[in-house]
Design a protein around this ligand. Sequence first.
Ligand SMILES: Nc1ncnc2c1ncn2[C@@H]1O[C@H](COP(=O)(O)OP(=O)(O)OP(=O)(O)O)[C@@H](O)[C@H]1O
Ligand SMILES: [Mg+2]
Length: 411
Amino acid sequence: MKRKKIIQPDLGTLLSEFNRSLMLIVDKSLLISNFISKIKQIFPVELIYVFLLDESTGKYKLQNPEKDKQGVILTGKNKLINWLAVNEKHLVLSQHPDIFNYFSEEEQSILKQLRTELIYPLKVMNHISGTIFLEKKTDGSEYTEQDISLLSLLFDQAAFALENASLYEKQTDRLRKMYRTDRLATLGELAAGAAHEIRNPLTAIRSTIQYLSKDFGHDPAKSEMINELIIEVERINKIVQGLLSFARPSELNMSEVDVEQLINQTLLLIQTTLSKQQIEVEFEYFAKETIIRADMEQLKQVFLNIMLNAIEAMGNNSPERPRTLIISLEKGTDIDTQNRFLIITFEDSGKGIEDKDLENIFNPFFTTKEEGTGLGLAISYGVINRHEGEIEVKSQSGKGTSIIIKLPQRK
Ligand SMILES: Nc1ncnc2c1ncn2[C@@H]1O[C@H](COP(=O)(O)OP(=O)(O)OP(=O)(O)O)[C@@H](O)[C@H]1O
Ligand SMILES: [Mg+2]
């Protein structure tokens, strides 16, 4: 059997090359995949997993999962991350079965599932920003002290590059949100103006048609034409109503709302469609105490809009592609303000959204559907905004879409 030949250039060259290849990348997932392929060039190891801290939820999410390992997370409250934070050093599991047994059952099962041998903490300032798991070396040898000091150098550089990418991501995110808020506020004013202009003549048209229908009611052909007119006028009226609720929304009628209950109530409304289309609804990490102050009816409308979009997006999935809507409820804390919020995520396995459309989906009248008005998400955006929350989208064309809502949860 031919052994993979591992080329070991001198350490200085290796490090500076490694550094150069990572420092210019600001896209996190690209950074991680580059980093992993570099490590594989240097070390005989196949499975490398990177977990990074999601600051708002305090959970460490696996960044490069294979299909069956999606959603694998570690939490900051658990033993493994704690151990890394206290000890601030790597851990070779086969040499420390006692430490392995100290971890929680869930952590032990993740470690087994990922075939982990070496755990390394990624540190930034004084907190653990992530961790890297490596499996046993494929040539069967143990990790030596020399291996570990080289890996430590590489991993520390990677932690630094990842932190840079995170900061960059945060900054562009902030700018994008500011730009979107501005744009939607301007569109809102325009929309309100247009809706008002249309509403008055529309009322006149509607009553005239009703008046005329009395005269033509006995003639079936004319009566049918009148009916069509009425249907069209109703359609315009619905659009104008939608526009107005986007632009000049009704006051919020705040009360204590249990978000979990409200999600279940909304699901009841679409139960028949879900089962007809064979869509499975799954729940993931459901947080406890999911009560917030909100306008129940308006929030229900938001959930409904989002779920209907998900159903529509999965409608044309080929028979072998699963149709799943995953709903999760997590708690989070803003790292700057310490404000607490609920994060509600709706993830579908539908056709996804093309990159060029991503920034437009909250615009009023943006639709890719023949029968759509393009107001569902615009209205939802308005509702969430008035609750001082945030609504975001993540999507991959051909794979699926996640809509993420953050709502403040005050004590
Ligand atoms: N879950 C999703 N998957 C794929 N595309 C989506 C999803 N949600 C929204 N979109 C895209 O965003 C567009 C705007 O959505 P929005 O709900 O505002 O309007 P619509 O669904 O087209 O019409 P309406 O909701 O008024 O019936 C959609 O036409 C679609 O292209
Ligand atoms: Mg819609």
